[in-house]
Design a protein. Structure first.
Ligand SMILES: Nc1ncnc2c1ncn2[C@@H]1O[C@H](COP(=O)(O)OP(=O)(O)OP(=O)(O)O)[C@@H](O)[C@H]1O
Ligand SMILES: Nc1ncnc2c1ncn2[C@@H]1O[C@H](COP(=O)(O)OP(=O)(O)OP(=O)(O)O)[C@@H](O)[C@H]1O
Ligand SMILES: [Mg+2]
Ligand SMILES: [Mg+2]
Lengths: 294, 229, 229, 294
């Protein structure tokens, strides 16, 4: 037997209205719980963006001999530019190397004085590979190049960054999962309690001849709507708080990379809405089924 | 229409609510179920709707062996049976109109049927003016009449009424009994548990008396009882 | 003991549950409250326990003007009044013994009093064997008797009984009426709303009849009514 | 009128048992919520410990002239050691400076070759002040000391670390507060719903002549016990998960400072227990009061 749409709609809305306290309780729980999940997801995305940036900053330097010929230099230059794994190349000539040397050792004059002319310093290529993982293989190509004196990697830095990134990402996945589980538990809990308060009603419906689905569907719709409203509130909270948090983060150099785009926020919001409605509807269905055996 | 064979039912902690009960009720009969408080009348009625399961024995309702009815068919059994519950069992969140309409919605009746039939039956039980009240906003007798209206409204094959006049004054009771009688004349089997001596004595229908869960009397055109007072 | 002066009560959506009612009941009286379903009997009783507030008029119970009773004193008013509710109002999570004992615990009776008095009163209403059952595990009449036992157990000054025999068979009813009579003879004022013609006619006590919330009859040694059937 | 202890005890325990579903729901909510609050508090403590360590690592260097006399050096040595603001001093002589220079520029041989003998490099004092904030004032004392060539601060590092620390601490305070608010909301919510399911019971008690406190006290005890059990579960969770999380963190150099002591865990646990019982008892009292007006 098909269940009539207008019956379900009427039933759902009058129940939402009549059980205002329970509706409020369920919506609140969904909102708080999903806000938690959403935050975990967003932080995770921000971290992954920030680490990509940091990783992108990982580079290698190909130092030429101070007396390398222009020919040798331009050969290397061409080879580097032709590699698809390379994202960016900068050529640092004698003068630039000296300027940088001076800048780095501004506070340590004793080093500065040890180098008198730019020619003492070797020119070099700064190479940024597409991925941090490619640093090794790119460098290997040039170790024995003509006029190349040495290839220098930021090995330790890379390793640390990769480690930290892997840890933080795993950690935040776990946080998001735990948050999701906690949220589901709390939401189911609330729905269970709300339907528990109406168990006699369910029993009476059965005694009057209602089929299980006839009773279940309005409850599921109710749960779905509660879940949806709760999720919408959570999304609203996230969108509302973003400018504030972002504003705080701007002040800190290290954390400037640490932000999420609007589309990420919207994507996460969509996930929350889907989660909210699914948990709401499925939770109600499960909870009401416990009392259907009359 | 209704047949019980050697039915027994014991709740945990009770000596026995029903013991080896065998009863046969034909289609269209009007039967009073009498007996002292706690003698098993409500249990008897609850077995017929599968609200409770018997420990022993077999039960046929409307030609079906309900002991072997798969659970998804139970709602369809119940739609053939109108039930006036002793404790009314109204839906607390629905008003009078919606409570009665619910019995029609459950069987998928279209809206125009609901809109025409429900006010009619509410009129019949004298509650036309209370159609928008919630059950908590009704007097005891009014709640009882809503329960009666809900049981009647979908013209069931069988009507089970558990003390449908317990909270009603004599003249309202009489109105309800006339209604029951009218329904019975259209072919509905009526089984009514009651304590109301004057009604039973006046109607002179078949009387089944229980005592401590046992059948102690089954009398065509019977009276309430032999007890004096 | 109980005095109402020009009391009116209108629930939202009702024409009027009580209209300009004035009644005076002396200490030790036994009064039947009769009237058709929905005439305001339960409302009358609910006003006396401050479960509802009158829109108008003044009410004295046990010498106190309950319109001006501060709300923290209401529990103490209620301890002087035993109440048998039409819908029983048993505590669903407590068994029979605990439900009755609760009325004694509330007024701080010591344990040995509870242990001796509760079984006694349960015996009196015929529920000694059901003392460990929860309300849902009782028949309608048994629940009603628990409600009666709870109202009696702390020997209140006033006993309000709202259809205390509605779910009871005639012989159990008679037992309850004998009990009420006995209690009344010890000086308790009894006010009982009922639909049971035979009880009222047999007892010949004062009868107050309501109709549509108005006092239509106040008769010493009265009968149920003049309606024929 | 005094309420009897045995009545309250009996009432409380039989209610906890009879309303098993609601008890479970409330305990679960308290546990999940407080675990959240507890985690926020612990992370906050770990961060504050880690930043203290990092800040403690902030130092300044006093470079002497490469040709400073032994006298000049020992004078500065004595002065630095006498300052109460100084936590730790290390003297880096010519050889040590050269070793470090070689180590730092291991990968940049072109620099290494510019310094030929240890004597070219100046000796220095590494000074760690008690607090990162004192770096400036300590350094100021020696700028014009005899034989001192220059005082070098890790200014930018200090500033960044201070900023990050301040931000993270504030952020975690906010997280803990929000978690606490969310937890309170959820717990009150659950209690409210649970008592809502028993509102008729409360009404009946009042009609039988029970005073408000007579009804409220067992409910409060019930809430207190639920809160306590829930909080205990949260504490158990925290204690149980600590070795695992700590184990994960050990693998990462940067986050090795990031841990909490057992006593901090116990302190936080105590806070949670108090919070749980207070919220449980007070929440029940408030929730039940809503239905006491009969
Ligand atoms: N759910 C239950 N659990 C345990 N015992 C029960 C349950 N329901 C009924 N009983 C017991 O079974 C017996 C029969 O109960 P039943 O409700 O059938 O009586 P009844 O004839 O309807 O009585 P009344 O006239 O008072 O309504 C009673 O003793 C009652 O206490
Ligand atoms: N809470 C309420 N809200 C609105 N109307 C109410 C409420 N309680 C009672 N009424 C109405 O007030 C009128 C009197 O009710 P009351 O319960 O006093 O009647 P009664 O005499 O006890 O009837 P019965 O014999 O059926 O129990 C009825 O019409 C009823 O519908
Ligand atoms: Mg019965
Ligand atoms: Mg009434």
């Amino acid at each position: 037997m098909a269940i009539k749409v207008d019956y379900v709609a009427r039933e759902t809305f009058s129940n939402l209205k009549r059980n205002a306290l329970m509706t409020a309780a369920a919506v609140l729980t969904v909102a708080v719980s999903l806000a938690l999940v959403g935050s975990a997801l967003l932080v995770r995305q921000a971290v992954s963006r920030a680490t990509t940036q940091w990783k992108g900053g990982v580079e290698l330097s190909i130092f030429m001999n101070p007396d390398a010929t222009a020919d040798e230099i331009s050969t290397i230059d061409r080879q580097v530019h032709d590699m698809p794994e390379v994202k960016k190349v900068t050529y640092v000539d004698h003068t630039a190397a000296y300027d940088e040397f001076v800048r780095i050792f501004r506070d340590s004059p004793e080093f500065k004085e040890s180098i008198q002319t730019p020619d003492q310093l070797p020119p070099s290529f700064r190479v940024v590979p597409q991925k941090a993982e490619l640093v090794d293989s790119v460098g290997q190509r040039f170790v024995n190049g003509a006029g190349v004196r040495q290839v220098v990697y930021a090995r330790d830095t890379i390793k640390t960054i990769l480690k930290v990134t892997r840890f933080v990402t795993t950690f935040l996945w776990i946080v998001a999962l735990v948050a999701l589980m906690a949220a589901s538990l709390l939401i189911l809990n609330t729905i269970q309690l709300a339907i528990f308060a109406r168990r006699r009603e369910v029993g009476v419906m059965k005694l009057v001849g209602a089929t299980n689905w006839f009773i279940r569907v309005p409850f599921m719709m109710e749960g779905l709507i509660q879940g949806l409203i709760g999720a919408a509130a959570a999304v609203g909270l996230m969108i509302g708080l973003r400018p504030f948090v972002q504003g705080q983060l701007k002040h800190i150099q290290l954390l400037q990379q640490f932000f999420v785009t609007s589309s990420q926020v919207l994507g996460t919001g969509l996930i929350l809405l889907v989660l909210g409605s699914v948990i709401g509807a499925a939770g109600s269905a499960v909870a009401v089924t416990r009392f259907l055996d009359v | 229409m209704i047949r019980l064979e050697h039915v027994s039912k014991t709740y945990k902690g009770t000596t026995a609510a029903l013991r080896d009960l065998s009863v046969d009720i034909a289609k269209g009969e009007f039967v009073f179920l009498v007996g002292p408080s706690g003698s098993g009348k409500s249990t008897f009625l609850r077995l017929l709707t599968k609200e409770e399961r018997p420990d022993d024995g077999r039960i046929w309702v409307a030609g079906k062996d309900i002991a072997h009815l798969s659970s998804w068919k139970v709602p369809f059994l119940r739609r053939n049976i109108g039930c006036v519950f002793q404790d009314f069992k109204l839906l607390p969140n629905k008003n009078v109109f919606e409570n009665v309409a619910f019995a029609l919605e459950v069987i998928g009746r279209p809206k125009h049927v609901i809109v025409s039939q429900v006010p009619q039956i509410l009129d019949l039980v004298g509650l036309a003016k209370k159609r928008d009240n919630l059950p908590t906003e009704l007097s005891g007798g009014e709640q009882q009449r809503v329960s009666i209206a809900r049981a009647f409204v979908n013209r069931p094959l069988i009507l089970l009424a558990d003390e449908p006049t317990g909270n009603l004054d004599p003249s309202t009771s009489e109105g309800i009994m006339r209604l029951l009688d009218r329904i019975n004349r259209t072919g509905t089997t009526v089984l009514m548990a009651t304590h109301d001596r004057s009604i039973v004595d006046r109607m002179r229908r078949r009387v089944i008396e229980l005592d401590h869960g046992q059948l102690v009397r089954d009398q065509a055109r019977g009276v309430y009882g032999v007890a004096t007072n």
